[in-house]
Design a protein around this ligand. Structure first.
Ligand code: MG
Length: 342
């Protein structure tokens, strides 16, 4: 097997701001695994918050490429070794996981969701994310998102109520989820949850910084809104300690290491009564397609990263109105977008 990678520069339609950072463009790595004339695709989406950079991802891929072997069907052996060796570089591991699954699907002529035994009719409608901004701009964004029935609103600011009021002015009846991205504290989170719940919300994601399971349990026990862990729940080992502390976990490919690691997390979550969200980073349709293969197993999905881009190099996932398409195309079902004629 030959592994190669190249940097993809993706530009956002609007600057994207969450409680701790703001982004206008970013680099991801397109990973291609070639064997017997078939190319499997993956995308590494490194996140500084998890100690990953483009450089560290490339270094991990360099290491992995040396011992991939010559049988892409050896998923367990290859990916277990990847996780063992690069547990701190799971974005790179996820890209290899994706490329292997895409390759196998293409080799067998079946989509990955079918290899996994899943039902494409069970894909939930995805939320569409509204990043932090001033209330006037938020109102404009909420109007632009009129086709999406579920909005995820980023909070964790001094203006959370103004932001939600702006969204509610133009979307009075939509399902709203809020994500504080660890932007509240253990001292004010209960009061903040009470305040945002006045706007009618379905759930609260990551209210406080990770590492405070008892505080999460206290917020859950308020009984105001379901609590979903994101930054607190990176890899399979993080799931069981959160049982009873939260209502659900947000699983992301680049955070956990891909489809195989995500399946472990989903099984653990189900075994202890946790709900499952499948989410994403700002990434192209390659990364979104990998996550979407597991969407039939989720209660909630937040797979809109590709829709926030100005220049997604790939296509095939759909996403209009929050409806992702799992097609019968083999592998991940994404292809490179034809070069623009102008
Ligand atoms: Mg989140």
């Amino acid at each position: 097997m030959r592994l190669r990678w190249s940097r993809q520069h993706v530009v956002l339609r609007h600057p994207f701001t969450i409680a701790r950072s703001s982004t206008t463009a970013k680099q991801t790595l397109l990973v291609e695994l070639e064997h017997e004339g078939i190319v499997g695709l993956g995308e590494a989406v490194p996140t500084n918050y998890y100690g990953q950079t483009i450089d560290s991802s490339e270094a991990a891929l360099e290491g992995i490429s040396r011992w991939l072997g010559d049988d892409p069907f050896q998923l367990e052996r290859i990916l277990s070794r990847c996780v063992e060796r690069f547990d701190d570089q799971l974005a790179a591991v996820s890209a290899v996981d994706s490329a292997l699954h895409d390759w196998i699907g293409k080799r067998l002529g079946v989509p990955v969701w079918r290899l996994l035994g899943l039902d494409p009719a069970r894909v939930p409608v995805s939320s569409f994310t509204i990043g932090i901004d001033d209330p006037d701009a938020i109102e404009t964004k909420a109007v632009e998102a009129q086709d999406y029935p579920i909005l995820k609103v980023k909070v964790g600011t001094a203006q959370d109520e103004e932001i939600l009021a702006a969204v509610r002015r133009v979307a009075p009846h939509k399902t709203l989820r809020v994500d504080a991205n660890a932007g509240w504290s253990i001292h004010n989170a209960a009061e903040r949850i009470r305040a945002v719940s006045r706007f009618g919300i379905e759930l609260v994601e990551q209210p406080i910084p990770p590492g405070e399971p008892d505080a999460l349990r206290g917020l859950r026990n308020l009984g105001i809104a379901p609590i979903v862990a994101d930054e607190s729940c990176i890899r399979p080992a993080d799931v069981l300690p959160l049982a009873g502390c939260v209502d659900g976990i947000n699983i992301k490919m680049s955070k956990c290491g891909g489809i195989r690691q995500a399946l472990r997390m989903i099984h653990l979550a189900r075994a202890c009564g946790l709900k499952v969200m499948i989410g994403c980073m700002l990434e192209s349709s390659v990364g979104i397609a990998q996550a979407a293969q597991l969407a039939p197993l989720a209660d909630w999905i937040d797979l809109d990263g590709h829709l926030l881009l100005e220049n997604d190099p790939f296509e095939g996932m759909g996403g209009a109105g929050g409806r992702l398409t799992l097609t019968d195309r083999p592998g991940l079902g994404v292809t490179r977008r034809p070069a623009s004629q102008d």
